[in-house]
Design a protein around this ligand. Sequence first.
Ligand SMILES: Cc1ncc(COP(=O)(O)O)c(C=O)c1O
Length: 399
Amino acid sequence: MQTSAALNRIQPSATLAMTSRVLDLKRQGIDVIGLGAGEPDFDTPDFVKEAAIEAIRKGATKYTNVDGTAELKAAIVAKFARENGLTYAENQISVNSGGKHTLFNAFCATIDAGDEVIVPAPYWVSYPDVVEFAGGKPVFISAGAEQGYKIKPEQLEAAITAKTKWVVLNSPSNPTGAAYSADELRALGQVLERHPHVLIYADDMYEHILYDGFEFATIAQVCPSLIDRTLTANGVSKAYAMTGWRIGYAGGPQWLIKAMGKLQSQSTSNPCSISQAASVAALNGDQSFLKDRAAAFQKRRDLVVGMLNEIEGMNCPTPEGAFYVYPEFSALIGKTTPKGVVIDTDETMIGYLLDEAKVAAVHGAAFGFSPALRISYATSESILTEACSRIQQACKALR
Ligand SMILES: Cc1ncc(COP(=O)(O)O)c(C=O)c1O
């Protein structure tokens, strides 16, 4: 028996694999600090939980409209208008079982064999795999630390061909935390305006996790001429600490929203009815706690960036948002561990840090940019201090 060619084109998620490895080690009683997970350590707010409990009591436990209830679509329309200055009608909104599902629907509903999708690297692990699953070809644009992990307009121009179907823009970024300013997006938008056959996937999942007063911008907002071919994707997972509830959503042209709904109608059907009710409360409720949470993340960012930059050979840029840092360490490649292992790749480095420092991070190769590590700082300052000093010691022991 054989699995399908489409399945064989993809890899299991490297970040989820590290999370389960850490859980295994912890179960064996090993004191390992996991900095691999991509979710906030905060709890879902109580008012959101209450809305879910109320929904269960009221019997909102049946099938809903395939791509979202009218109440949730109205809340999303209001959110896009209020926070992003974007005008969408309810039939331009799709609600899915998490942001990853939004991506899966959008790409599987539009990509034909041989279509190209431009993915800036470092990238979130799922973009290339979903492109490949759909039969397309990821085309990477490499943007290193020296350019703030952000692509330049001329790089984008050079990557677009007649076969380009989509361009992915993720800001703030997983894995680097880099965010594009309105001006930077406008410059990329000017390139895209010259190529009307290209769709734009704006992944705004980390919109509310931004630092130092950085103002969020999304491409359909700063380049209104692109709105008809942009899918503005977002979700409640990261902002409201609702990763387990599985709600993602997007606004876009009606033909695309309809296509995504068609695919969803033959796969998952509606997202969980209770999670949808909870998401209405999250989007319509008091948003002031988001700023407090971002301020807590900012303190952790500063702590981690400071401690990692004390390591000789490690260069950790200061990210504008999200809850990840992405230090690169080409200067440590070729060094030898006390047990005589040569650090030849970032995967070897990750293995060394896990075995010797008992700290779990994710290797840069999984995000298409090496040698680097992705560290998630969505945990307490005391744990981060301990983890970073373990990394410092392990790096100091390299010869
Ligand atoms: C950039 C980005 N987009 C989308 C998602 C999907 O989030 P979820 O499927 O948990 O809603 C993630 C999750 O890690 C992400 O990092």
